[in-house]
Design a protein around this ligand. Structure first.
Ligand SMILES: [Zn+2]
Ligand SMILES: [Zn+2]
Length: 286
């Protein structure tokens, strides 16, 4: 069936599935600066999905996943790194269609209703999204919020760090980009899924976005709740000793993962110190 038959106005493409590690399949939804990675992981006979891409990719993603898994098979659950539209946008539609749960860290749950929550805001929210949303008529605002509401399907991850149905995997808290961001970690072969905690495209520079060069860095600052906490999380991820870094944006990286993570965290720290010195030395603003 063509997705156009379903009447979607905008549909985002989904890339060919690519197995990047044993039982770990990568698909990318959308393209260019909007490209966002979705992973399928196998555990015994069952599969789970990690992140779900944009809402506009829900239908092609459903079709691609069902084709990959075979007749009558659907993933057992969707695990989200965090609640942002490029990672959790399709989660509601897919979870309802497949009648499966979606999981996110408990600290993300206040965002699950799709509403603006001041304590969770990031620069883009504060300067652009919130003022725009609040300028809309209440009716329109409620419709936008309702479209992003996943409270009917979302559950908090166990506090133990266990990932239900994926005994080889652990959810590792990586707060900063959002308060409840998690990475998913398979210690037996060092596979680390980082969502937006670490990306391999430089989302912070136009040049990095254009070249899409492999560049290990922290999250984009304009969508990050606390940059400092985010970079502390990058340093902690390096301590796990990952061998394959599978990011939310950009290509997986298997070379010198730990030194590159350490370098990203150290560079950020050096810039922060330099900024602080500049501010301390700057004359008072008039
Ligand atoms: Zn994000
Ligand atoms: Zn993202």
């Amino acid at each position: 069936m063509q997705s156009s038959e379903l009447g979607e106005v905008t549909v985002m493409r989904v890339s060919e599935p690519q197995e990047i590690a044993s039982g770990v399949v990568l698909m990318t939804t959308g393209s260019g600066p909007l490209a966002s990675n979705v992973y399928l992981v196998r555990s015994g006979p069952s599969w789970a999905m990690i992140d779900s891409g944009w809402a506009a990719s829900a239908e092609p993603l459903r079709a691609a996943v069902e084709q990959l898994l075979g007749p009558g098979e659907v993933p057992a659950a969707i695990f989200l790194t965090h609640l942002h539209p490029d990672h959790s946008g399709a989660a509601g539609t897919l979870a309802r269609t497949w009648k499966i749960p979606a999981y996110v860290h408990r600290a993300e749950l206040p965002m699950a209703a799709g509403r603006y929550v001041p304590g969770y805001s990031m620069p883009l929210d504060r300067w652009l999204v919130a003022p725009f949303v609040w300028s809309l008529p209440a009716r329109v605002r409620r419709r936008i919020e309702a479209a992003g509401d996943i409270t009917d399907v979302v559950h908090g991850l166990p506090r133990s760090g266990e990932v239900p149905g994926l005994p080889d995997w652990a959810a590792v808290p990586t707060p900063g980009h959002t308060p409840g961001h998690v990475a998913y970690w398979r210690s037996k072969d060092g596979v680390l899924m980082t969502g937006d905690a670490v990306t391999t495209v430089d989302l912070n520079s136009a040049r990095g976005l254009l070249l899409r060069a492999s560049h290990v860095s922290g999250p984009p600052w304009y969508t990050t709740w606390s940059r400092r906490t985010a970079m502390d999380s990058v340093a902690r991820l390096a301590e796990l000793g990952p061998r394959l870094l599978a990011p939310g944006h950009g290509q997986p990286i298997a070379m010198e993962v730990v030194p590159r993570l350490r370098a990203a965290a150290a560079k950020e720290k050096a810039q922060r110190m330099a900024r602080r010195r500049r501010i301390a030395g700057a004359p008072e603003a008039a």
